[in-house]
Design a binder for this molecule. Structure first.
Ligand code: ITT
Length: 193
């Protein structure tokens, strides 16, 4: 099955491809499909924003569409940056700027518990919508560690892997990540249909 990914984030596209290819789902990014859309993420939940992105792309193509809205929720920051993870340090901020802002906000707080959350929205050409979610728990390191992955990966220490996501291979990250779990849950729902 060929699916259009309703995202402009290249890190997400790569992970979607790696996770879904073994399940016989081929991901093509909206950019590769020639779809130029900038969807404003006005929702206050991951689910609402995933649906906003998926619906916008589904309106202009005849393929199944998959959107991912995700973020990092830090306990001591009341769940921030959460749905605002992409623009936490401003519209055009780099990953380093976002990471530095988060580390500064957290300071030396002993409670460094955090989780990554993903909500995926899948829309079939007949308009059927399927939602699936995934989470992974861990904690925020005191400094960035590792160069793999994207976004906040260098400061997210996965309890299950015993290292940061940026110190992990793609395969290791995908095996426990919020995105891996959400996409495998989506696949199970699709199989049942
Ligand atoms: P699209 O809306 O085009 O999909 P985006 O990057 O704006 O791309 P989100 O609104 O879902 O996507 O923002 C999620 C942000 O959370 C993302 O930009 C990263 O900074 C961070 N994030 C999400 N998943 C991540 C992961 O697996 N590793 C590290 N950071 C992640």
């Amino acid at each position: 099955m060929i699916v259009i990914a309703a995202t402009k984030n290249k890190g997400k596209v790569r992970e979607m491809q790696e996770i879904l290819f073994p399940l016989a789902i081929e991901i093509i990014s909206q950019e590769e499909a020639g779809i130029e859309l900038d969807v404003e993420e006005t929702g206050d939940t991951f689910e609402r924003n995933a649906l906003l992105k998926a619906r916008a792309v589904a309106m202009v193509c005849d393929y199944p569409v998959l959107a991912d809205d995700s973020g990092l929720c830090v306990d001591a920051l009341g769940g921030a940056p959460g749905v605002h993870s992409a623009r936490y340090a401003g519209e055009d901020a780099t990953n380093s700027e976002k990471i530095n802002k988060l580390l500064n906000e957290l300071g030396n707080n002993d409670n460094r518990n955090a989780k990554f959350v993903t909500c995926v929205a899948f829309i079939m050409p007949d308009g059927t919508e399927i939602i699936a979610k995934g989470e992974v728990k861990g904690h925020i390191t005191h400094a960035p560690e590792g160069n793999n992955g994207f976004g906040y990966d260098p400061i997210f220490f996965s309890d299950e892997l015993g290292k940061t996501f940026a110190q992990s291979s793609d395969e290791e990250k995908n095996s426990v990540s919020h995105r891996g779990r959400a996409l495998r849950s989506l696949y199970e729902k699709l199989k049942e249909m």
